[in-house]
Write a protein that binds this ligand. Sequence first.
Ligand SMILES: Nc1ncnc2c1ncn2[C@@H]1O[C@H](COP(=O)(O)OP(=O)(O)OP(=O)(O)O)[C@@H](O)[C@H]1O
Ligand SMILES: [Mg+2]
Length: 314
Amino acid sequence: MPELVLSTDLPLPNKRTGKVRDLYDLMLPDGEAGILIIATDRVSAFDVVMQNGLPGKGVVLTQLSSFWFDHFSGGVEGIKNHLVSTDVADITGISDKQRDSLRGRVMLCRLAEVVPVECIARGYITGSGWKDYQSTGQVCGITLPTGLQNGSRLPEVLFTPSTKAESGHDENISFEEGASSVGTELMSWLREQTISLYSRASAYAAGRGIILADTKFEFGMLPGGTGKKAPILIDEIFTPDSSRFWPVDLWCPGQEQVSFDKQYVRNYLETVVEKGDWDKTPPGPVLPDTVIDATMERYLQAYKGLTGKDMLFD
Ligand SMILES: Nc1ncnc2c1ncn2[C@@H]1O[C@H](COP(=O)(O)OP(=O)(O)OP(=O)(O)O)[C@@H](O)[C@H]1O
Ligand SMILES: [Mg+2]
């Protein structure tokens, strides 16, 4: 059983904390600016961090992201990403004991200027998209055919960007709103990459019996060869925190899908909200052990299903 890591306290500069990750500045071996990204075991749902975590979740997220970065880095359609190393030996300025405690959950990355648009691709309708559709017949302003059910496959993959809110909830925006913030050229590139990455990963996952229902990417800008900044893929990709994974043999539109992702936590939390015991504002409730275990089980199933390997914690 891996050790639970809910927070970190390293003697490195400029610590920032996201909902799930702790970030520090760390120079890369080539002398360029780097960022140390540590995936803790914190669980966030509805943009609120829960009080307890899932032991080893950060390791699963890191190993899966690393698998996918590798998967998409080669070939003519390869896309540049921020990952430099997942080896704790590359973290300078901390003790051996600290290094040991971070094994499996670190990504040493190129420090990028984060593009303030979350790039979401949806091939199936569920979650907030399903709620939108039920009340307006649209998802993020895109009109859809009538008769779709919760979990239906969409006629085409949708690009539904949202803002990257500093605090609180991200808000859906139209392509044009995104373009007015980051420029039309970059926004078009984000849309193209988002749909292409989603489509390729979906085809890969389908071959392994898994539906990739939707996913979210972040991109960042780095100085390019010509001195002009160029976008690269950053953050995490195709993890059960950033994506919905459904076993294809249990897929059944018209209901909540069986899933290998955070949906299990969200469903539990909705029952807490229904009972009037939580209103989706911080602090989050304590997750019962049964929910922790069942969710972790799903994260491990996602890892094994997608990579073909058992997750080994050392
Ligand atoms: N290469 C990079 N350079 C700079 N910032 C990065 C890079 N990669 C990721 N980030 C940022 O690091 C943070 C990761 O932390 P975390 O995932 O906990 O964030 P969050 O967005 O608060 O949570 P959530 O993913 O639940 O929305 C994000 O704000 C992301 O934009
Ligand atoms: Mg994040």
